[in-house]
Design a protein around this ligand. Sequence first.
Ligand code: SF4
Length: 210
Amino acid sequence: MDSRHPARAKSGATLHLVPSVEPPANPGDQAPGPRPFRRFALWRVLSLDGLAVLHYTAGCLAILAAYRGHPVLAWPLGLTYLVFATVQLFVLMPLVVCPGCVYRTIRDGRCPSGLNLISARLCPPSPNALEFRERSHGALCQSKLTWWSWIAPLPLALPGLALSFSWTAAAPTALVVALIAIRRLASRRAVCPHCLAHRWCPASRAGAGA
Ligand code: SF4
């Protein structure tokens, strides 16, 4: 398997972004630990993306319900959050981060969230793969945006809940808390250990799966 990123391969340099996934000649030589996936199963991709969509929808509903008596506040806050969370994951990530990811270099590869496929339709691969690991630095880096997309519904909805408690608002807020825990657990246990990019992934460095 060629572990060189095309941009670096031109210069002959080797970026060890891709651990070997070829089966060893002797099965007894198989390295311990989870098996890396070049192509994640569709059910894993749909589950991960489904959790993200459910998370963002619950966050929007929590904000709308928390300020149900103040629609002038509720709708701009709720819809802004929903648009921000959706765009940062399904548009910004494929445009800004994914072009430098190893999954963009693997024929028929499919990353845990399938965003490498969206990225391939939107833009060419990054000419500098080293940029990939820099995506977790800076106040507005993708890791921070991802982190805010996870937790923003809580600071936005809780003041409204404190002023006027209702179970209609408390239920989606509690669902957001549960989904934060579920997504973290799923990422750490079932996604990141099998991902070829996890050692360099900005989302992983932020403590959140993509
Ligand atoms: S693993 Fe992460 S960075 Fe790589 S293509 Fe998928 S979403 Fe993008």
